[in-house]
Design a protein around this ligand. Structure first.
Ligand code: ADP
Length: 421
């Protein structure tokens, strides 16, 4: 293992894992602190997905340090602490306290703080974080229910969260390339700074920063901070880059799509598949609640379909239908009734020989993955931006594509299968 990563949430972990995979690193994502890290020794990078963005600070520190121990014990040479590209946190944490605890544990003398993700329009200039053409503090993040971000100056935001001194490496150095960045690091150290917010407005900047932090023990940032790292390892002869576009090996078996997302993109994907003649069953949330239909019927429908093609089961519906359902059942109850039904359906169908599954919807994916008892996934080829095929390490050969509702092109449910072998 070359690189150990600690992510403060699940989808952020996948984002980082995908970046590393695209860079040619064989990457595995693990849900929570693993107790058997030796299992992942064959991977170049391990990303541990925690739920530590908004939980109590002490708990976030404890989980992160435990993760760090496990990763270093398994041979990681560098640790990335991954947080959101909008620096989601409060003055109490959890970014600053976790970064500080990791810094002390790893014994490094300087770490970058870089949530920049130019592809998604998150850029840093003179220490200020921009979301598109807006300062972070003017963006919708100012009203986030848990982590409202009302100060765009990341040096100040970080300094309020840590007792270690925080400085800035600005655009003028970053734009000149790795040597100038390293010189700026030396300046920061001579001023007694332990953290430096570092400007980046393009992927070229992130590549330069990546090269300059080749010997940093701790790296903190968004997924963008990992862009330049695979190249460092390759340059040092440590990484034999794998081909990230290669199809993923999947066990023979039937294909299933479970869609619990009601987002516009997913509804378009469902409509396209239905129009193309894919066997499809619409699940009515009210019927589920009233016991008029159940996972048993969903399973029967799937197993009765002839041929090898994928079978689609969906509860995806329009906003007005969802509103009616929520009025009658309550928002949370409606959500969990559908999630539980799809999760139970997945569990039974896997036992009946379905080995390739697409799940549409973030919450829906969480429920299905939990139900299937999947603790670790290997990241494979990207189907559409942000959505890779993954393979469970807990079930021999089961492959999963976990699609956030709004992601993917209209033909996602049809074309995804081509990336499997
Ligand atoms: P997305 O990624 O699009 O946000 P999620 O799976 O995270 O999708 O969220 C969709 C939520 O809507 C889930 O809790 C799901 O159970 C619920 N849901 C799905 N279909 C319906 C429906 N027909 N009526 C009401 N709620 C639904």
């Amino acid at each position: 293992m070359l690189l150990g990563c600690i992510a403060d949430d699940l989808t952020g972990a996948t984002d980082l894992a995908l970046t590393l995979t695209r860079g040619g690193m064989r990457t595995v994502q693990v849900m929570g602190v693993p107790d058997d890290p030796a299992r992942y020794a064959e991977f170049d990078a391990v990303v541990i997905a925690l739920k530590s963005r908004t939980n109590p600070v002490d708990e976030a520190i404890e989980w992160s340090l435990k993760s760090c121990d496990v990763l270093i014990g398994a041979g990681a040479r560098q640790i990335i602490f991954k947080y959101c590209s909008t620096f989601d946190s409060t003055d109490k944490g959890n970014i600053g306290p976790v970064a500080e605890a990791l810094m002390k544990k790893l014994g490094g003398d300087l770490a970058v703080v870089c949530p920049a993700f130019p592809t998604n329009k998150r850029t840093i200039f003179q220490g200020h974080l921009f979301v598109g053409d807006m300062l972070l503090s003017d963006s919708p993040m100012k009203d986030h229910p848990l982590t409202p971000m009302r100060d765009s100056n990341l040096v100040n935001v970080m300094q309020r969260q840590t007792s270690l001194k925080t400085g800035l490496v600005s655009y003028d150095s970053v734009d000149q390339g790795p040597d100038a960045i390293k010189a700026a690091f030396e300046g920061a150290k001579s001023r007694g700074e332990s953290f430096v917010v570092i400007d980046a407005i393009s992927d070229r900047h992130l590549m330069s920063i990546g090269e300059a932090i080749a010997d940093h023990k701790l790296i903190t940032g968004g997924s963008g901070i990992a862009l330049g790292l695979p190249e460092n390892y390759a340059r040092q002869g440590l990484l034999n880059k794998s081909d990230a576009t290669k199809p993923m090996q999947a066990k023979a078996g039937r294909s299933l799509i479970l869609s619990g997302s009601c987002s516009e993109a997913t509804r378009g994907q469902v409509a396209k598949a239905v129009l193309a003649g894919m066997p499809a069953l619409r699940v009515d949330a009210l019927d589920l609640a009233a016991g008029k239909t159940s996972p048993k019927e969903l399973v029967t429908f799937a197993t009765e379909q002839e041929g090898d093609g994928p079978v689609l089961i969906y509860s995806s519906d329009t906003p007005d239908v969802v509103a009616t359902v929520q009025e009658q059942l309550g928002r949370e109850a409606a959500g969990s009734i559908v999630e539980n039904a799809l999760s139970e359906t997945a569990q039974t169908l896997v036992k009946k020989g379905f080995t390739r599954i697409i799940v549409a919807g973030g919450e829906t994916s969480g429920a299905v993955v939990n139900g299937l008892g999947v603790n670790a996934i290997e990241i494979g080829p990207e189907i559409d931006p942000g959505v890779p095929w993954t393979r469970s390490l807990d079930d021999d050969g089961l492959v999963l594509a976990l699609k956030s509702g709004n992601f993917g092109a209209e033909d996602f449910f049809m074309k995804a299968w081509d990336k499997l072998a």
